[in-house]
Design a protein around this ligand. Structure first.
Ligand code: NAP
Length: 483
């Protein structure tokens, strides 16, 4: 508990409390205990966040990009130094096992800070010759950006949004999920320690309504949401009122296709990573695992053995591989989907139970004999529930993989690389993997098509998300006016 933030919000360079805001209890998912009591942002807190961000952004945008990058680089170094403490906090916030948080959360945030720190000074415009006249372009920051996070990767999401926003000269106001409010406060604290001027990265807590207030404020130029499609629709519509820029990182029901020539252990490893990591609470998970029929029995036999060997337990124990779900509400939702799977005729291969311990645990679950029309094959579950579907040929599986309103991710396991590229080219998804799954390095663009979202995070593509182009026409001769 040593690492806990000292107040609910972080605004204008310091922790800020306003006990007039409604209470938000932070619950440790492994025990169900309340570990912190925060307050929702009041109007005064929201106003302080907006006005300090608007003030600070103007100066920050004028600073040399290499200097902005230096601040972010220092923040990344502090994060790496304090990785264990930040990982423990991430585990308290989310319930994810320390074995994961030590390698996938603060470190991923540091990667983003380093990547965009380096990129800050490489941003240039272009010159467009027009005879004696010419046009030059300037990449300008958008201004005050709002980031709204989901509860599965609170540190990573804060950094994936904050790092490019800050690198390119914007300010960011971040609203974490009410379920996992602690980690982003630490990111804010560390950025200040690294030399970020006050007001540029503010964190305000609250439920959806606080996010709604931020999204509709006239001082806000851009909104980046990580969340569900339902929330995405609301936030996108609210942002449209003010013609604000948006990035929408939303949900998925992604296909993972295993051809019968695949390395079976690799394919099973990919399917397990793509369904059980973070107790299955990963947006890009390959939750529809299509296995070509000749491989199916062997696949299921080995998958069952490997799944039943997963060490589930106290997430603070580094030997533990799977912790609880993040909230009681999510547990209820996941158990409801497991019941729907059984009721609709899917065959439970393993799991589907609640272990006899406190906290929001569910055992890793595999269903076989799943058909495309079943609820568990159509809806995002966001829990450790894998649906295995049989297929016969390539054309058929591509059509079935694409028969969803989502389009976040997709994966293919095969030793035939020609086939792998041919299949991937036809899959409707923003992020695809061949013979791997769910790796999302900052160097690679990340985002979805169809209902899974708009825009891309990470990589050079993030430049488009956090800047706009100004073009300047320079007349070199007399003005040719017909009047
Ligand atoms: P959620 O319920 O959609 O909430 C996301 C965030 O939006 C939360 O901070 C939420 O606040 C806030 N919010 C809710 N209503 C709002 C409104 N009207 N205006 C502004 N903000 C509002 O999602 P979640 O349950 O936290 O996360 C799970 C979902 O996120 C899944 O669908 C998952 O696939 C998706 N996800 C996508 C990605 C990606 O990169 N594509 C990554 C991770 C997760 P409260 O929590 O306080 O209600």
């Amino acid at each position: 508990m040593r690492a806990q933030p000292t107040a609910s919000h972080f605004v204008d360079g310091r922790y800020l409390e306003d006990a007039a805001g409604e209470t938000l209890d932070v619950i440790y998912p492994a025990t169900g205990e309340v570990i912190a009591r925060l307050h929702e942002a009041t109007d005064a807190v929201i106003e302080a966040a907006l006005s300090s961000a608007a003030r600070a952004q103007a100066d920050w945008a004028r600073m040399k990009p290499v200097e902005r990058g230096r601040v972010l680089m220092r923040a990344a170094a502090i994060i790496r130094d304090r990785n264990r403490e930040l990982s423990e906090l991430e585990t308290l916030d989310t319930g994810k096992p320390l074995q994961e948080t030590l390698v996938a959360d603060a470190t991923s945030g540091a990667d983003a800070l380093e990547y965009f720190a380096g990129m800050a000074a490489t941003v240039t415009g272009e010159t467009i010759p027009l005879g004696q006249d010419f046009v030059y372009t300037i990449r300008e920051p958008l201004g005050v950006c709002v980031g709204i996070g989901a509860w599965n990767y609170p540190t990573q999401i804060a950094c994936w949004k904050g790092a490019p926003a800050l690198a390119f000269g914007n300010a960011m106001i971040f609203k974490p999920s009410e379920t996992t409010p602690l980690c982003a406060l630490k990111v804010a604290e560390i950025l200040i320690e690294a030399g970020l001027p006050a007001g540029l990265f503010n964190v305000v807590q609250g439920r959806g309504a606080v996010g709604g207030r931020l999204v509709t404020d006239a001082r806000v130029a851009k909104v980046s949401l990580t969340g569900s499609v339902a929330t995405g629709r609301k936030v996108y519509a609210a942002a449209a009122e003010g013609m604000r820029h948006v990035t929408m990182e939303l949900g998925g029901k992604s296909p993972l296709i295993v051809f019968d020539d695949a390395d079976i252990e690799d394919a099973i490893g990919g399917a397990m990573l793509g369904n059980f990591y973070s107790s299955g609470q990963v947006c890009s998970n390959g939750t529809r695992v299509f296995v070509q029929r000749p491989l199916l029995d062997r696949f299921l036999t080995r998958l069952k053995v490997r799944t039943e060997a997963i060490a589930l337990g106290d997430p603070m124990d580094e030997a533990v591989q799977m912790g609880p779900l993040t909230s009681a509400a999510q547990l209820d939702k996941v158990m409801g989907y497991i019941e729907a799977g059984k009721a609709e005729g899917a065959r439970l291969v393993t799991g589907g139970t609640r272990p006899d311990r406190p906290g929001f645990y569910v055992t890793p679950t595999v269903f076989a004999d799943v058909t495309d029309d079943m609820t568990i094959a159509r809806e995002e579950i966001f829990g450790p529930v894998m649906a295995v579907l049989a297929f016969d040929d390539e054309e058929e599986v591509i059509a079935r993989a694409n028969a969803t309103e989502y389009g976040l991710s997709a994966g293919v396991f095969t030793r035939d690389l020609t086939r792998a590229h041919r299949v991937v080219a036809q899959l409707q998804a923003g992020s695809c993997w061949i013979n791997s799954y769910n790796l999302a390095p900052v160097e690679a663009p990340f985002g979805g098509v169809k209902l899974s979202g708009v825009g891309r995070e990470n990589s050079r593509a993030a430049l488009e998300s956090y800047t706009q182009v100004k073009s300047v026409y320079v007349g070199m001769g007399p003005v040719d006016a017909p009047y």
